[in-house]
Design a binder for this molecule. Structure first.
Ligand SMILES: [Zn+2]
Ligand SMILES: [Zn+2]
Length: 153
């Protein structure tokens, strides 16, 4: 079956964890790329901040090794999925909004075409990080209004 949505600038968007046990294909172009400065992303990734993509969970196909995915329940509503073999963070999902997945851009193997459009949880950012790119800075989560606009059009 041919899905027009599989093509993204003529290529599929796909990614995998560091060891390759977990890999995925995006069936649609991601709606948003953003930088997350929350302390949990920082600690879970080992980096000063992470760059995530918001995608509809229906558009994320885990290709191989879904059994290699484990999760850490980082809050009452949020699960952070990682490869149990190599530890790479792959995505997170909130039970409050399970249709949206926050995918870790570091696992991408192809250019998703979209580029970062804002910063989230800026009030928690690492003190050694200076934001100089001029993108909008949300002190907490990306506001519901922004998400609604993205996922209802
Ligand atoms: Zn892995
Ligand atoms: Zn975060």
């Amino acid at each position: 079956m041919h899905h027009a949505g599989l093509l993204n600038g003529g290529r599929m968007t796909h990614g995998e964890c560091q060891c390759g046990e977990v890999s995925y294909v995006l069936r649609c172009q991601p709606r948003l790329m953003y930088h997350c400065h929350c302390g949990v992303c920082r600690a879970a990734s080992g980096a000063s901040f992470v760059t995530n993509l918001l995608v509809l969970s229906a558009h994320l196909d885990l290709e191989k090794g879904p059994k290699s995915l484990a999760f850490h329940q980082s809050s009452a509503t949020k699960r952070r999925y990682f490869c149990r073999s190599c530890g790479s963070p792959v995505y997170s999902q909130s039970s409050a909004r399970p249709e949206i997945i926050s995918l870790r851009s570091g696992t991408l193997k192809t250019d998703p075409i979209v580029r970062p459009s804002c910063h989230a949880y800026v009030k928690y950012k690492a003190p050694w990080v200076d934001i100089l790119d001029g993108l909008p800075q949300h002190p907490d989560a990306i506001p519901d209004g922004v998400l609604l606009k993205l996922f209802t059009t």
